[in-house]
Design a protein around this ligand. Structure first.
Ligand code: FAD
Ligand code: SIN
Length: 541
């Protein structure tokens, strides 16, 4: 059954839910989400949210730390907005019911890599879960928010879908909602909306090793690209230095690797090689608390030198009681894997964690398509530049989804006329596929190609090889897609391939090493490339 609403929000992580709550104050909202409502990157966030919440901290230092991590590519105006509006948004979360860890009646602020002072607001080591809980509770209290689970958005609706408007110029495109596949029935419905918010999160599943859950297949990036929106800085994929190394998964897909929070290093843990050597001091004066790109590259280098499968994180020198109190979830999950972190070193490897680039938006979350907003990880506000500072992601999501919701109020107020007549989903002639093995194999192939050739260290040759391989996969999958009735895996594969294409294309455009993009062919960071983003756009949607 088709739906018509004021605002369609795609995604129920922090960005989508926070926007829904703010927009419901003045409009009717439909939120669609791929799986169960809590399943999101947000739900797995551990460390916390960075914000200036104490008198020992200042906006200037948070801005400076963010710009330093961003390696010359942050948008300073956007960083200032995020940092200055951050404390109010944290207070909003508290008002909405999020319960953060306190110390002596005040927020317990901890430290992570790249931060010059303790400024991470957290709920023990389960910050994301607590935020999701509070936001879902609040969403449930609104009559004008309809949250629809197990519904996968396939494509955005623009002029492209309306025959008589198809030829209009790209510079004047509108977004009027999305086609969405409903769970069990696989029925594709049309959700028409005056404003659409993409809050679909990340794309970690493009890589073999990732901390991201299965939902993070980059759907929003790919939908926006197909619709002709501007996409930026896709080469900057952040690899978290410390995901739990699970030897039993060695030859398998290590998707959804368990994260060992950076807060563990913030608490005093030390990275060691197998023979006990604390190696970070050889790479950076900030040692284990250097920004993530530096730590991940150092680990990659140590593993290449030694031929070992993992390095180790050692927190055994700290009192067991304090460790368990601070990191109850990490302690218990590691215990399930047979590792007592109070007595044994934790085996860790880097894993794809976060996309710093995304759909280009302005300070109100507006994309280059009218009526299409993007917030959270799928967007590129410019606050992360070439490398995101730890715990700035949740902050960016609440600050800019709040701003987007304010702008949507104005947008709806001035909405010129009704939405044009939009055709229904057309799958006439398409067949049901009994060749799922083709899809599952191709999914593995994309992930392996991206891990091996477009990972922590890159080169021209590796990028070229990846480009060719991904192009083959694209051609094969498009052929299949055109003649097959849609199902989840084929849609996700299509999106993974599109994201892989965008990452490779952007990486090839950047002829230098900067932040998270390191290539042996251009090892220098070039002054001339300062503040230059790599922008790509599908000019023939
Ligand atoms: P998400 O929370 O990922 O939500 C995306 C939503 O979109 C989901 O509901 C998903 O199901 C839905 N969706 C996706 N595609 C579709 C589709 N096609 N149709 C319908 N729905 C769709 N950041 C920090 O700042 N601090 C931390 O401590 C921290 N820890 C982290 C730990 C882990 C293990 C991970 C993976 C990330 C962590 N991050 C952290 C990053 C941060 O959690 C994410 O960047 C942030 O939560 C993204 O929020 P979001 O709302 O943009 O997306
Ligand atoms: C972590 O807890 O290490 C993750 C923090 C982040 O991704 O910002």
């Amino acid at each position: 059954m088709d739906i018509k609403t004021d605002v369609l929000i795609i995604g129920s992580g922090i960005a989508g839910l926070f926007a829904a709550i703010k927009i419901a104050e003045f409009a009717e909202v439909v939120v669609v989400t791929k799986k169960e409502k809590t399943e999101s990157n947000t739900n797995y966030a551990q460390g916390g949210i960075a914000s200036v919440m104490s008198s020992e901290d200042s906006f200037e230092t948070h801005v400076k730390d963010t710009l330093t991590a961003g390696a010359g590519l942050c948008n300073a105006k956007m960083v200032n907005i995020m940092v200055k509006e951050g404390p109010d948004r944290i207070r909003d979360l508290i008002e909405l019911g999020a319960e953060f860890t306190l110390k002596n009646g005040k927020l317990d602020l901890v430290r992570e890599g790249g931060h010059s002072v303790p400024r991470i607001v957290h709920a023990k080591d389960l910050t994301g879960k607590e935020i999701e809980r509070a936001l879902i509770d609040k969403v449930n209290s609104f009559n004008n928010i309809r949250l629809i689970e197990n519904s996968l958005a396939i494509d955005l609706i623009t002029e492209h879908n309306v025959l008589k408007l198809k030829e209009g110029p790209l510079s004047n495109r509108n977004c009027w909602g999305a086609y969405v596949m409903r769970g069990e029935s696989k029925e594709v419905i049309k959700i028409a909306a005056k404003a659409t918010v993409l809050a679909t999160g990340g794309l970690g599943q493009v890589y073999w090793h990732t901390t991201n859950p299965a939902i993070a297949t980059g759907d929003g990036f790919a939908m926006a690209y197909r619709a002709g929106a501007r996409i930026g800085n896709m080469e900057f994929i952040q690899f978290h230095p410390t995901s739990l190394y699970n030897p039993n998964k060695k030859n398998n897909n290590n998707s959804n690797a368990f994260l060992i929070s950076e807060a563990v290093r913030g608490f005093g843990a030390i990275l060691r090689t197998k023979d006990g050597n604390p190696f970070m001091e050889r790479y950076d004066e900030r040692k284990d608390l250097a920004p993530r790109d530096i730590v991940a590259r150092a680990i990659d280098n140590e593993l290449k030198k030694s031929g070992e499968d993992c390095v180790y994180l050692d927190i055994t020198h700290l009192p067991a009681k304090n460790i368990i109190d601070k990191f109850p979830n990490i302690y218990s999950i590691c215990k399930n894997y047979g590792i007592d972190i109070t007595k044994e070193w934790i085996p860790v490897v880097p894993a794809a964690h976060y996309a710093c680039g995304g759909i280009v938006v302005d300070e109100f979350g507006r994309t280059s398509l009218k009526g299409l907003y993007a917030c959270g990880e799928v967007s590129m506000t410019g606050v992360h530049g070439a490398n995101r500072l730890a715990s700035n992601s949740l902050l960016e999501a609440i600050v800019f989804s709040f701003r987007a919701s304010k702008n949507i109020r104005e947008f709806l107020r001035n909405y010129p006329s009704d939405i044009p007549e939009i055709p229904g989903w057309d799958d006439s002639g398409a067949l049901t596929s009994d060749e799922k093995v083709l899809i599952t194999h191709s999914i593995k192939e994309v992930k392996q190609i991206m891990w091996d050739y477009v990972g922590i260290v890159r080169s021209n040759q590796r990028l070229l090889r990846a480009e060719k391989r991904v192009h083959n996969l694209y051609t094969e999958n498009e052929e299949l897609y055109k003649k097959t009735k849609v199902f989840e895996e084929i849609l996700e594969l299509r999106n993974l391939i599109t994201c892989a294409h965008m990452i490779i294309k952007s990486a090839k455009m950047r002829k230098e090493s900067r932040g998270l993009h390191y290539t042996i062919d251009f090892p220098e960071t070039l002054e001339a490339h300062l503040a230059s983003d790599t922008i790509i756009q599908n000019l023939h949607p």
